[in-house]
Design a protein around this ligand. Structure first.
Ligand code: PMP
Length: 378
């Protein structure tokens, strides 16, 4: 069969995250989750139940409902026209399509290490070369423009940044974003800012590089902010010419985002589900505190206190010699203690010596999972 497959797909098997999840069974404690298990806000569900028979649920225009594009433009916090907005099948489609539209063979795309694994994989599929810029634990995984600068070459076209960050939970400061913006303007590099966790924060409200830089694309979705992962509804905001070209890709790939999800998102972006969104954030804040307390109580592992998203990147470097590397540690933890965590190397070489724990799990699972992790690392 293999000889039928395109070269584009070579080396692109399942991600490490999927492979670990596949090894787990229903009795495992899952601290590997990449999604909130909160239900979609009741107010959104009720609105859909009441109104959906009145909606036209055929195709929408390729770029999405005008009302929704208008709301995205109005809510983003900087001046853009609704024409620059395209409604997508989650942020993932936006990311995929943008890289397809932007990358030529030989182009270098800067991606964070550690970072969301889809970035380098999609860059490779698009025929480009991912080039990692490092984020350092001794720096609290902050974004350093000097580090980015070291990696900019004549071939650099795009940089992807992600704040609040998966997997570290770091939120980039205004100074970091401004300093990066100055560098990118000087070098003529386009930034794709992945802001899917922008509404999930526990300290200062995350800022966006879009306020400071000349050439940017922002991608976002209702997946994390409204616990609506399965509705597959996101968007990108791009410079006008790029938005047009992206819309051509989008038309060919998916025609339009699901129309029922677009209507639900209109309700959400009008601010009509804010109370539940706030409650969910408060619940996440409690789980974050619980996870940090349990880490301290049951283990002697160090971590960065996450300022956003719902992940804790835990340092196991002092314990790793027993297992060889973080993948082996995670596999052993799963087989001996039935706890799912994601090895740091799923996010790049710089993730070695770390495990990503998600506190999107229930309070019972957080407590019991960390108790077992404490026993395991002893
Ligand atoms: N970016 C990051 C950093 C993510 O963690 C995810 C989801 N795991 C996505 C993008 C994609 O989100 P969605 O397609 O559900 O909007």
């Amino acid at each position: 069969m293999r000889h039928f497959f395109s070269e584009r797909m070579s080396g692109l098997d399942k991600t490490l995250i999927r492979r670990i999840h596949d090894l787990a069974d229903s009795s495992s404690i899952n601290l590997g989750l990449g999604e909130l298990r909160f239900p979609t806000p009741k107010s959104i569900m009720e609105h859909v139940r009441e109104k959906s028979s009145e909606w036209n649920l055929g195709y929408t225009s390729n770029e999405g409902l005008a009302e929704l594009r208008g709301l995205v433009a109005k809510n983003c916090g900087y001046a853009v026209s609704p024409d620059q907005v395209c409604i997508t099948v989650g942020a993932e489609e936006a990311l995929f399509g943008l890289l397809m539209v932007l990358v030529n063979p030989g182009d270098e795309i800067l991606v964070p290490d550690p970072g969301y694994p889809a970035y380098p994989s999609i860059v490779k599929m698009a025929g480009g070369t991912p080039r990692a810029y490092s984020l350092y634990p001794e720096d609290n995984f902050a974004l350093r423009s000097e580090e980015v600068k070291k990696n900019v070459t004549a071939k650099t076209k795009v940089i992807i940044i992600n704040s609040p960050n998966n997997p570290t939970g770091a939120v980039y400061s205004r100074e970091e974003l401004r300093s990066l913006a100055r560098l990118l303007d000087e070098k003529g590099v386009l930034v794709i800012s992945d802001e899917v966790y922008r509404d999930i924060y526990y300290e200062d409200e995350p800022d966006s590089i879009a306020r400071y830089v000349q050439s940017f694309v922002v991608i976002n979705s209702v997946s994390k902010s409204f616990s609506m992962t399965g509705w597959r509804l996101g968007w990108c905001i791009a410079p006008p010419e790029l938005a047009k070209l992206f819309a051509s890709f989008h038309q060919l790939a998916v025609t339009c985002a699901p129309s029922i999800s677009q209507h639900a998102a209109v309700f959400a972006l009008k601010g009509l589900a804010e109370a539940e969104k706030r409650q969910n954030l408060e619940e996440l804040r409690r789980r974050r505190e619980l996870a940090l307390r349990c880490l301290e109580r049951y283990t002697d592992l160090r971590c960065l206190k996450p300022a956003g998203a719902f992940y804790i990147f835990v340092d196991i470097s002092r314990k790793i010699s027993r297992y060889g590397n973080s993948l082996e540690a995670a596999l052993n933890l799963l087989s001996k203690e039935k706890v799912v965590v994601i090895p740091g190397t799923a996010f790049g070489q710089r993730g070695e010596g770390y495990l990503r724990l998600s506190f999107a799990a229930s309070a019972e699972h957080i407590d019991e999972g960390l108790r077992r992790i404490g026993r395991f690392f002893g």
